[in-house]
Design a protein around this ligand. Structure first.
Ligand SMILES: Nc1nc2c(ncn2[C@@H]2O[C@H](COP(=O)(O)OP(=O)(O)OP(=O)(O)O)[C@@H](O)[C@H]2O)c(=O)[nH]1
Ligand SMILES: [Mg+2]
Length: 180
């Protein structure tokens, strides 16, 4: 059970869409989506042919274990290999709540700025894996250094693995193997 966190719009759902396409033949995957409103994310996942349950938090900026527990009652979880939880998009609230998950994966997109691990240490310190997304945009940005972002992360947590990828063009995505 993987808790996927990032700022809003960093590509969490795009990563899930691409990962499901790659792994759905070998793994049974389901997704819990958390947003303030709309079923948009769950619909995008269902289009990929896997089960997705949308939690609408209303005004809450994070999911919690109680909400996840309720969602699981609505899902067919027997025989699941992987359950992704896409948390509500922001770098603050989701970091402080235990959902009963096994791993935290934090996305940082290159459009966010490479100083974010230092500015939002609670979330990045809790990461088992940091993913740098939207690398296809790097040639257009003169102020995002993946090495600087990694250094900021490793100042908080020495051994956290980092993978760089683009959900848009697929480059680097094969490195993300959540069943490992
Ligand atoms: N250029 C580029 N755009 C991307 C990439 N990944 C996602 N996007 C775009 O970024 C926007 C947001 O992507 P989403 O997957 O909806 O991001 P999200 O983190 O799930 O957003 P929320 O659920 O609203 O927090 C969309 O327009 C995507 O097409 C990428 O690797 N490169
Ligand atoms: Mg999303």
């Amino acid at each position: 059970m993987i808790n996927l966190m990032s700022s809003l719009g960093d590509g969490k759902t795009a990563l899930l869409e691409a990962t499901i396409k790659r792994l759905r033949k070998s793994l049974k995957i389901a997704v819990i989506e958390g947003d303030l409103e709309t079923e948009n994310n769950a619909l995008r996942i269902q289009t990929q042919g896997v089960s997705a349950f949308q939690i609408s938090t209303g005004s809450a900026c994070h999911l919690d274990a109680h909400l996840v527990h309720n969602a699981l009652h609505h899902m067919a979880i027997d025989g699941l290999d992987l359950l992704f939880i896409e948390n509500v998009g922001n770098l603050v609230c989701p970091a402080s709540f235990d959902l009963g998950h096994h791993r935290n994966v934090v996305l940082l997109s290159v459009t966010e700025g490479d100083d974010k691990p230092a500015k939002y240490p609670v979330m990045f310190r809790a990461a088992d894996l940091m993913l740098i997304n939207k690398t296809d945009l790097l040639p257009h940005l003169d102020d995002f250094s993946p090495d600087h972002a990694k250094q900021q992360l490793h100042n908080l947590a020495d051994n956290t693995v980092v993978i760089e990828f683009s959900a848009k063009n697929g480059q680097g995505l094969d490195e993300f193997n959540p069943s490992r």
